[in-house]
Design a protein around this ligand. Structure first.
Ligand code: BES
Ligand code: MN
Ligand code: ZN
Length: 498
């Protein structure tokens, strides 16, 4: 989609539709909404006075000016209570309004910059959130449908209209950032939505390489032979039962810039998790196509960081394999030697994510990082502990504090769990250095504890468990049902303000 910023008064624009907004409880709108209302002879005030529009968050109404102003339609969206106004409300309002516009067949939409007026949000941030919410909210995954039941055309342009011409440069900067961040999130959503017969390790590696060529990232893809030569036997042990060869993607932003601090992002890339020989039950197993959501988040984040030219050396690592059972598959009780040299007793082949991450975390050490983050759909216990509204984070307290700030800003929120050394008792193995499961109690924590054993010595590290957050079952204002792209916006926010 093309995004424009134009100086001018919304009520004077000859548009297919214009978007204005209203806080709950306001009876006489001000700002751009007020100007449109006056030009319409008080139609918006009448709607409020009649009790037909209260300004509740994501409430939406359409007005037909019939010549009173040049626009064909006015889309009015509620912002909720002004005390509860945040950047996320902007994203939601933008997503809601854009979806309404598309429902009406609108292809060129003009909008107010939500929050930049009485909302009191800095113009750049308001523009960013407005663009982000629009692009994220309009996302559809229909590349595999030959029969489109939903034939509504996509929006072609979004134009932000601002009265004060002096604000245009800031709005343009914010709009550009919003577009980069949103489109990078959509790349991650596509990778998660694609089924496992399409989004194989090879496909994901090729997609990452193509994206890297477009954005100037360095990209290297390690094939099975390279993984064997390196000694990434934990990753290879998960790959044994599958038909698709394993890969590891290495993406690098500002490669070779040793004047910049290095941050490594590691993402779990299980393209399908059957559980392996420790086979999962059949119900909802199809959801495990999203078990590469961590890898998708890392690939999406690297795209955005490159396009935003963030002044850091950022490395993205995505170990990729399916987890399948066959005659060659790893069996419960097998012992495998990790890249680090620690031996692992694989008591449950369904605890595979921590295995591939362990080798990737060890590999991260070769970059001399100032910080390492991993992101993974790691444990069902994460869903039990925190539900739908926060990812679990473990590890270095200072990194967790940074993640919490970034999570609050993006609404990809995170919440900490402890890694007390006593949890390590649960991972003791009778035959190897460590076991890959620690029983039901504290399942997310013992998974995180397992990972901690493979983090290079002295490197600050944080682990983000996003199990169950990779896909959603019900539409949200700017996250349609399906893949969420969770983690892209979190990482970009974190590293932009590093
Ligand atoms: N990919 C799953 C975790 C998961 C669960 C992701 C629900 C998304 C939604 C992971 O590989 C897994 O199977 N974890 C096991 C670990 C157990 C065997 C210790 C789990 O959580 O049951
Ligand atoms: Mn599993
Ligand atoms: Zn898994």
């Amino acid at each position: 989609m093309q995004i424009n910023v134009m100086p001018g008064a919304l009520q004077t624009v000859a548009a297919q539709a214009i978007v204005v907004n209203l806080f709950e409880g306001v009876t006489v709108p001000g700002g751009a909404t007020g100007a449109v209302d006056r030009a319409l002879g008080g139609q918006i005030q009448a709607l409020i006075a009649g009790g037909d529009f209260r300004g509740k968050r994501n409430e939406v109404a359409v007005l037909y000016p019939t010549g009173a102003i040049p626009a064909q339609r006015v889309i009015l969206v509620g912002l909720g209570k002004s005390e509860k106004f945040t950047l996320d409300v902007i994203r939601q309002a933008a997503g809601t309004a854009a979806q309404k516009a598309r429902d009406l067949g609108v292809t060129h939409l003009h909008t107010i910059i939500h929050g930049a007026g009485i909302g009191g949000v800095a113009p750049e941030l308001a523009a960013e959130a407005t663009v982000e919410g629009t692009l994220l909210g309009l996302y559809r995954f229909h590349e595999l449908k030959t029969q489109l039941e939903d034939a509504r055309p996509d929006l072609e342009t979004l134009t932000l209209v601002e009265l004060d011409a002096a604000r245009v440069p800031a709005l343009e900067a914010g709009a550009r950032t919003g577009q980069i961040v949103a489109e990078s999130t959509l790349l991650a959503r596509d990778l998660v939505n694609r089924p496992a017969n399409i989004a194989t390790p090879t496909h994901i590696a090729e997609t990452a390489a193509r994206m890297a060529a477009e954005t100037g990232l360095r990209c290297e893809v390690l094939d099975k032979a390279a993984l064997e030569a390196l000694g990434m036997h934990l990753l290879l042990s998960v790959n044994r039962g599958g038909g698709e060869p394993a890969r590891m993607v290495i993406l690098e932003h500002n490669a070779g810039r040793d004047d910049l601090p290095t941050v490594v992002l590691v993402g779990k890339g299980i393209t399908f998790d059957t559980g392996g020989i420790s086979l999962k039950p059949g119900e909802n197993m199809h959801r495990m196509k999203g078990d590469m959501g961590g890898a998708a988040a890392v690939i999406g984040a690297l795209r955005a960081l490159a396009l935003l030219d963030v002044p850091l050396h950022v490395v993205g690592l995505a170990p990729l394999t399916e987890n399948m059972p066959d005659a060659h598959a790893t069996k419960p009780g097998d012992v495998v030697c990790s890249l680090k040299g620690l031996t692992v007793e694989i008591l449950n082949t369904d605890a595979e994510g921590r295995l591939i991450l362990a080798d990737a975390l060890t590999y991260a050490g070769t970059f001399g990082p100032a910080a390492v983050f991993d992101i993974a759909t790691l444990t069902g216990a994460r869903v039990v502990a925190l539900g739908d509204h926060a990812a679990a984070v473990m590890g270095d307290e200072a990194l967790i504090a940074r993640l919490r700030t970034a999570g609050d800003a993006t609404y990809e929120r995170v919440w900490p769990l402890p890694l007390f050394e006593e949890y390590g008792e649960q991972l003791k193995s009778g035959v190897a250095d460590v076991a890959n499961i620690g029983g039901r109690a504290g399942g997310s924590i013992t998974a995180g504890y397992f990972l901690s054993k493979f983090v290079p010595d002295g490197v600050p590290w944080a682990h983000i468990d996003i199990a169950g957050l990779d896909q959603i079952e019900k539409d949200l204002p700017y996250i349609p049902k399906g893949a969420t792209g969770f983690g892209v916006r979190l990482f970009v926010e974190l590293l932009r303000h590093w």
